[in-house]
Design a protein around this ligand. Structure first.
Ligand SMILES: Cc1cc2nc3c(=O)[nH]c(=O)nc-3n(C[C@H](O)[C@H](O)[C@H](O)COP(=O)(O)O)c2cc1C
Length: 180
């Protein structure tokens, strides 16, 4: 069955969903969920995401040149959904969602304490990609809650990250399978 071309990305799913936190020049924090996210280089360490150019997230990153990729687990679904609201510019979704801002080590943008892992990124490049802007960040620091490490390996079943399917639908991972 052929799918309408406008719906193509709906079958490239589920996608990991992250909360991207930023600040504007007045130091007002902002956070929003994003699922058009991918690693794109290991050396240098680069991560990319695609955003509607009108999002406050983009405005802040172009102003202050950094951001944090916060990785939420299933238990933060409601808070993540609150962060997707279109609050006025300068209003902190982190506060609105009753989440906690935590000072980052390498960047001005705050981390979200309740997320189990964080990538502190400096803006590396940005490109126009159709109706989105592709933002590439250089990862300056990465941390993860050690209770989600099993023999120093990231345990996906313990961390329980959220995957976005479409609209209000999310997936979670129940099981890990091995090829051999
Ligand atoms: C699960 C989920 C994933 C999303 N992924 C993206 C995305 O990848 N790119 C995008 O531009 N917007 C995405 N959005 C929409 C933004 O999060 C939403 O428009 C938000 O209000 C933007 O906030 P901001 O203006 O504070 O940056 C997503 C929303 C949800 C709920």
């Amino acid at each position: 069955m052929q799918l309408s071309i406008s719906k193509w990305y709906k079958i490239l799913a589920p996608r990991p969903v992250v909360l991207i936190s930023t600040v504007n020049i007045r130091n007002n924090p902002n956070a929003a969920p994003f699922s058009f996210v991918m690693p794109c280089s290991t050396e240098p360490p680069l991560v990319a995401f695609a955003s509607d150019p009108d999002h406050h997230t983009v405005k802040n990153i172009l102003e202050t040149k950094d951001f944090v990729v916060n990785i939420p687990s299933r238990k933060l679904l409601k808070q993540l959904w609150t962060c997707a609201n279109d609050f006025p510019y300068g209003v902190s979704e982190i506060k609105k969602a009753n989440l906690t801002e935590e000072k980052s080590i390498k960047v001005k943008s705050p981390k979200i304490k309740e997320c189990f892992a964080h990538l502190e990124c400096k803006l590396y490049k940005h490109y126009r990609a159709g109706d989105h802007l592709l933002i590439v960040g250089k990862v300056l620091r990465a941390d993860i809650d050690e209770k989600y490490l099993l023999k120093k390996q990231y345990s996906i079943t313990k961390a329980d990250p959220l995957m976005h399917i479409s609209g209000t639908e999310f997936g979670v991972l129940g099981k890990v399978i091995k090829v051999r």
